[in-house]
Every structure is written in structure tokens, then in C-alpha cells.
Design a binder for this molecule. Structure first.
Ligand SMILES: [Zn+2]
Length: 159
């Protein structure tokens, strides 16, 4: 395969660590993958298998992090959840202006909001799950009856 950038040389395949900057985080290195490299201009094309599993692994690393999340990590997790900035604000019960400040580092996310974000990622929740909590803020809604039944020493909710 010819290099798309310079169109002068064939790309060669090498096995090297790849700095995965495309994910928006500065500190992610991929090991054990093949890269196509151009010997002429240095153009590099990584061959990244199982991209969604890779993003899952990165997301898990971020939510296990002991320090506070950096702005670019917040952006990564928002995208991981498949949310736009507006979705994010709505699901976090916050405002678009706060979201943009968290993402640019102008304002620190509250600890509660950060824990909620981590929790949502941990549970693999997507948009619809949280938006439903939006309904008629402040109004007391009676919870439906939840039936739990014992099955081989495990409590299970009825479907
Ligand atoms: Zn080239």
C-alpha cells in the first residue's frame, strides 16, 4: 500500500507502541498493535482492532483514577457515553454553560457531579436512562412496587 501522504513509498508494517492522541487524551500508549509507516515521510497509520473495547478499557481506567478528572478526561467520558454537550448537561441536571466550563477547565466539576459521571460510566448507562429522571422536577412521584424474589439464595427483581 502506497503512502497516502507523499505517494512515494510503500508503507511498511512495524510493531511499535503507538501514542493514541486521537482519543483526546495526552497519555495513552497502545502496545502490541501493528503500525503502517512510510519510510519516506514518516506518515504513521495505526491498525487498531476492537476500538470500542479499547475505549471501554480507557473509560474504566479513568473512572478508577484516584485523583480528580482532568478536563480532557471529562470530554472523553462524555463522548464515551455517546452524549453531546447538551445531552451531558441534561443528564447531569446541570447547564450547558457549566458543562463547557468543566470541559475547558475554567471551572472544576463538583465532587458530586464527578462521582455521578464516574458512576454512569461504570454502569454503562446511555442517554435515555437518565433523561427519564428529568420528569417534572421536584414533584413527588409515588414509586411503583418492586417485587424481589429469592432464587437459589439470590434476590432477584421480577421482570
Ligand atoms: Zn509518505
Amino acid at each position: 500500500m502506497m503512502c497516502e501522504l507523499c505517494d512515494k513509498k510503500e508503507m511498511i508494517e512495524v510493531k511499535e507502541k503507538y501514542h493514541y492522541q486521537e482519543c483526546g487524551l495526552p497519555n495513552i500508549l497502545l502496545d502490541g498493535i501493528l503500525l503502517r509507516k512510510c519510510p519516506e515521510c514518516g506518515n504513521i497509520m495505526p491498525l487498531i482492532p476492537s476500538l470500542s473495547k479499547l475505549h471501554l478499557a480507557i473509560a474504566r481506567t479513568l473512572i478508577m483514577k484516584s485523583g480528580r478528572l482532568a478536563p480532557e478526561e471529562i470530554v472523553f467520558l462524555r463522548k464515551y457515553l455517546g452524549w453531546s454537550g447538551v445531552d451531558f448537561a441534561r443528564n447531569m441536571h446541570s447547564t450547558s454553560s457549566s458543562v463547557s466550563k468543566w470541559q475547558s477547565g475554567k471551572e472544576k466539576m463538583s465532587m458530586q457531579a464527578e462521582l455521578l459521571l464516574r458512576e454512569m460510566v461504570a454502569r454503562g448507562k446511555k442517554i435515555e436512562d437518565y433523561r427519564s429522571y428529568d420528569v417534572e422536577k421536584g414533584k413527588h412521584v409515588k414509586s411503583p412496587t418492586v417485587i424481589l424474589h429469592l432464587e437459589e439464595r439470590e434476590w432477584k427483581t421480577a421482570a
